[in-house]
Write a protein that binds this ligand. Structure first.
Ligand SMILES: [Zn+2]
Length: 335
């Protein structure tokens, strides 16, 4: 692929094309925007376009340089990210960047350093980078990506040109999934609604079988609430990614609340279960649904803060249960 194939980030791509065409692509950039909207992909495509031997506006995909970047094998293009299981990008990686930045490009016109999720650098690493971000050499480009600008030191932000990335529309995501990834239409519709504007998230839904995870969560915490008294229901190990699964439960309660105000299908996320949403929402007041939403959100925050997940799930289940006024033996539809 190349920059022209990027979906939904026209403004960022236009800016990069302008910089490339005027041979002004240099210095330090901060790509800022939500997760899963293409910041990393655009960084790599920009690196290809800038160093492409054909010197066009975009990567040719045929030259040696494009091939090496595609296979993560280019000696002048560095992609720095946190290793799986670590909390931060290791300072050694940053020291290596600083060392490499002191050397001329081996092959390409420009040496390009891409630091993805730059907020994963701790303060020491960010401070170490400051000087080279401020005065990059003519043949160097730094691209930092981030979905959380609050995790980046103001001094770092101020040394970079900011490029904003947007959420994608549901239709853009749906079309991409069908046309480029060969998804079945029904799955593409569901995933594009659930993804809340993040293409990366929509793709992960398939890879991680997230819909099955959602259904597991709904069965345990919505449809069979009395089952909370069986210990295994609150066993966090059942979920591949507890935070993501709780996000799914949140989307469910959100849809129940939305159904109180509109029937416009475009506003809903769980579009595969619309009938159930309308049927169950009749049994809840808007007030109760708001409380349930708060309860799930609190649980997500607890999980993020490493509170004992079993206890957090149990407390959530009790709140979802006790606030409902539902009595044992009364089915959902009756209260
Ligand atoms: Zn090329």
């Amino acid at each position: 692929m190349s920059l022209k194939d990027i979906v939904g980030q026209d403004r960022a791509v236009r800016l990069l094309h302008e910089l490339i065409s005027e041979d002004h692509a240099g210095g330090s950039y901060l790509f800022i925007g939500p997760r899963g909207v293409g910041k990393r992909t655009v960084s790599i495509e920009a690196a290809k376009a800038i160093n492409c031997e054909k010197k066009g506006l975009d990567a040719c995909e045929e030259c040696v340089s494009c091939g090496k970047i595609n296979s993560s094998n280019h000696p002048d293009v560095f992609i720095i990210q946190k290793e799986i299981g670590s909390s931060f990008i290791k300072i050694d990686k940053i020291r290596n960047i600083i060392y490499q930045a002191g050397m001329k490009p081996y092959e390409a016109g420009k040496k390009i350093f891409i630091i993805t999720n730059a907020e994963d650098m701790n303060e020491e690493s960010q401070n170490a980078l400051l000087k080279i971000l401020e005065e990059p050499r003519e043949n160097q480009i730094f691209i930092l990506t981030s979905s959380r600008i609050s995790g980046i030191l103001a001094t770092v932000v101020s040394r970079c040109k900011t490029v904003k990335f947007n959420l994608l529309s549901q239709v853009q995501i749906q079309r991409f999934l069908v046309e480029r990834r060969g998804f079945e239409e029904s799955k593409a519709i569901l995933f594009s609604h659930m993804a809340l504007g993040s293409l990366g998230r929509a793709i992960a839904f398939k890879e991680n079988d997230e819909i099955r995870e959602r259904d597991k969560m709904l069965n345990d915490f919505f449809f069979k609430k009395r089952a909370i008294f069986r210990e295994e229901v609150c066993d966090e190990k059942k979920y591949a990614d507890l935070e993501e699964s709780l996000g799914m439960l949140l989307s469910w309660y959100r849809d129940l609340l939305v159904s109180k105000f509109t029937e416009d299908k475009n506003i809903f996320l769980n579009v595969d279960r619309m009938e159930e949403i309308f049927s169950y929402s009749a049994g809840f007041s808007a007030d109760k649904l708001e409380k349930d939403i708060s309860s799930v959100m609190d649980t997500i925050n607890h999980v993020r803060r490493n509170v004992n997940p079993k206890m957090a799930l149990f407390n959530m289940a009790l709140e979802l249960w006790s606030l409902s006024g539902m009595k044992a033996g009364v089915s959902r539809a009756e209260y």
